[in-house]
Unconditional design. Sequence first.
Length: 530
Amino acid sequence: MSDELFHKQRTLPGEPSPEEPPSPLPKSIGPYKVENLLERGGMSILYLAIHPDTREPVTIKVLSPKYLSNPEMVQRFLNEAEIIAMTDHPNIVKLYGYGKWAEGVYIAMEFIQGISLRQYLLQTPISLKRALEIILDVGYALCHLHTHGVIHRDLKPENILVTDTGAIKVIDFGIAQLLTEKTAADATARQRLIGTPIYMSPEQRENPESVSYPSDIYSMGIVAYELVLGKLSHGQIHIALMPKGLQKILNKALQFKPEDRYQDIVDFITDITAYLNSASIIKEKKVGDQLSELSENLNKAQGLLVPTAPPSWPKMDVGLATFKGVGITGVYYDFFDISPGSYGILMSECSTKGAEGVIYTGILRGLIKALSTSTTFPAELITLLNDIIMKDKMDLVFTLSYLVLQPEENRLRYISCGYGSLWHTPAGMETPTKITVDNIALGLDANTEFVDTSASWKKGDSLLLSSFATLLTGPQVEQTYADTLFRQMIIEQAVHHPQQQVDGLLRKVKTRGGKAMQEKAITLIGIHYL
């Protein structure tokens, strides 16, 4: 069989069957309350749910109904849960529970907010140092698995997640195998392809049911090659493209015969660590490393523009939930003590992306810090900022929203300049009202008269400030629908205190808001007047 035909083979460990129609969202699976559908795959369906005790988000994986009549598929599914249950490692997805439910079998796992390593490779410049750090994290996960006698058998970028904080998580143990397992060696088992061809060791291609630890190390070698290369290989491996200090390591990891490879992942980790800490890494940086390091430094600088925790203000309970997104943008939000009894929350985003956007947003942050104590009227602050931006001829546009809270006076003031939305739920009410006050963005017109709005805010009231105006874009009818959808989401989360509310809303927005909301930087701030 040619390589091209081999790489096009089906890799499901079972017979394919026609696509089944989408099933309705279950209310609960086992003890977990289902919130939303995350993903529908070929063999399984993923749901977002809530843990009944901790109230934390959980990913529920259920076996697709079309496989429930196949005892082997059911057993493989349950084997995955048993294998995850054996592990306890920061770089491996955590298991919360598994078992049977009314419509089949399920696995409850840690909910991971992030993207696959495949997406990360396609969207993010990666320096040599960062690539090696990721390789080591995946290596540590493999080491933990191998220590427990587990062979992953499907290590690939799609099964490695990069969280929103940059942490690494290995997932999907659907075809993992205990080294002590005995499997049928009949012709059918030998012919069935289990794994992903590009990342599969030669011996796994020949006999997927009979492999050992070097097979995972081969897959690790392919993943390591792609990380250092900075892009997907599509099965084309040229060791000469690697830094010299890595060529010997990857060459050994990718030997055709398993006996010629690393026999223990610890030895691979040792060699990678030695290279990372050697003087050679400075000399052998990738051609694009300066760009990659700049990107990484900008990500750190971007982190300075966004607080990681809400403030502790008297008479208020504040919750903060954010998703930074993959790209580098000039996103900024902040909390201010304006004067005794007055507090401010500001969100802004620069129209320019990348390094320039981060730099100019940093300048805006300095201006706001200097001017925020000069007035408790949002329109006055925004007018001052706009004057400076126009006079300085930055030729930049900043969208912005600013909320001033004065609990002692039972008042709030709010302004929106092409950015964000504010929702107010009075005490004893269920349905929130959207507070609207539209102004153009800063940096467009020196003669603009900015207008803010004032509203009553009393004990027991709740506010929700978001960085997006609507969940959808397009005609007004779609925006109206988006407001209705978001209002319903707020109602669903209203029983929780602000931190739980915004965490739940963020999950719902990302899963229901479509592709645009999956990639967009999002900030949600909830405030409850105690």
